[in-house]
Design a protein around this ligand. Structure first.
Ligand code: NAD
Length: 339
């Protein structure tokens, strides 16, 4: 069977990881990636063997001047694709939607865009079939992916009356030039924060409220979550449920993993590409049921948790695999995500 042809518009933090992941799948291929400038990432893309396209005709001269021969522009790349993964900065993706629409090419937008850009927000475990055959889908943000991954199975088995989540957010990605304040913690003053409504784009029935602070770290987000359950549960039952859920991994403070820094060290020790951690990481010894209330902490590697979701989203939109679990397993096996 012919492979699904995928183009990545915006080869940045998420785009380069998405391209590497798609290249590892036997049912998809990377047709090309775009860059605005002849940066080190443009050279990296070529080294990885991805045809390099300039974002627009105005950018071509800059590549020429730097001795880089591009394969064309985004406008040339789009018609060669079945699906575009749009990983341009938040708000830019919607500007490209008319181009994709005109070419009759499907597109996946990222969490920096509004839900309305596609009308379907995606998480493989929770709503794989909503994206089935769709032309436009949005893969939700790193934080929303993290919340849905752990809350969806709990809601399915025990039922959730209400959730409160406090998000301790990383200030910037490690390579960002425009880093956040070096020595401050900044609360989001518009309350409750948008993260709860964003979870509801996938689980509209879930009563969830969120608050968030931005902190001077680049490694991961940490979520502090309390959850009132409809049915009784024990700590062991909660842990067993998450243990059997894909893309969730336990760590233990007792074994010396007490912070996000040590989780990132574990990712490097495991030889994960780029030191990424695509699973949502839960502190096993920080899970506690008290009465009907579940308390837990989880860590989210913002640069990579959405990557396997993007791959599954391509499969659902192009009707490559009807069974969500089969798609998830295929993706995880190819990406080396193991329990
Ligand atoms: P980034 O800035 O690292 O990468 C964006 C890329 O798009 C860069 O290569 C940039 O050169 C390119 N670009 C800029 N303007 C462009 C244009 N007009 N046309 C084509 N390319 C253009 O951004 P990112 O962190 O990868 O974020 C991309 C999207 O993914 C955003 O919607 C963001 O909200 C979402 N997201 C980011 C994270 C994260 O933590 N970094 C996590 C999940 C989702």
């Amino acid at each position: 069977m012919a492979k699904v042809r995928v183009g990545v518009n915006g080869y940045g933090t998420i785009g380069k990881r998405a391209a590497s992941a798609i290249q590892k799948m036997d049912d998809m291929e990377v047709v090309g990636v775009t860059k605005t400038k002849p940066s080190y990432e443009a050279r990296l893309a070529m080294k990885e063997g991805f045809p390099l396209f300039a974002a627009s005709a105005e950018h071509v001269a800059e590549f020429d001047k730097d001795g880089i021969k591009v394969a064309g522009t985004l406008a040339d790349m789009v018609p060669k694709c079945d699906v575009i993964v749009d990983t341009t900065p938040g708000g830019v993706g919607e500007e490209y939607k008319p181009m994709y629409e005109k070419a009759g090419v499907k597109a996946i937008f990222m969490g920096g865009e509004e839900h309305g850009v596609a009308g379907i927000s995606f998480n493989a475990l929770a709503n794989y079939h909503e994206a089935w055959g769709a032309d436009f889908v949005r893969v939700v943000s790193c934080n929303t992916t993290g919340l849905v991954r752990t809350l969806f199975p709990i809601d399915r088995v025990f039922g959730i009356d209400r959730v409160f989540a406090a998000l301790i957010r990383r200030g910037a990605d490690p390579a960002d030039k425009k880093g956040f304040t070096l020595n401050a913690i900044e609360p989001a003053l518009k309350l409750p924060t948008h993260h709860g409504p964003d979870v509801q784009t996938i689980m509209p029935w879930l009563p969830i409220r969120t608050m968030a602070v931005v902190t001077p770290t680049t490694m991961m987000h940490v979520h502090c979550i309390t959850c009132d359950l409809k049915k009784k549960a024990t700590d062991a039952e909660i842990l067993a449920l998450w243990e059997s859920t894909p893309r969730i991994r336990f760590v233990s403070g007792k074994h010396g993993i007490k912070s996000s820094a040590q989780i990132m060290e574990l990712a490097r020790d495991l030889g994960r590409p780029r030191g990424d951690f695509m699973e949502i990481v839960i502190w096993q010894d920080g899970v506690k049921m008290e009465g009907n209330t579940l308390y837990y902490y989880q860590a989210v590697h913002q640069e990579s948790d959405v990557i396997p979701e993007i791959v599954d989203c391509v499969r659902s939109m192009t009707k490559l695999e009807n069974d969500p679990m089969k798609s998830i397993q295929k993706t995880d096996k190819a990406l080396g995500i193991t329990k």
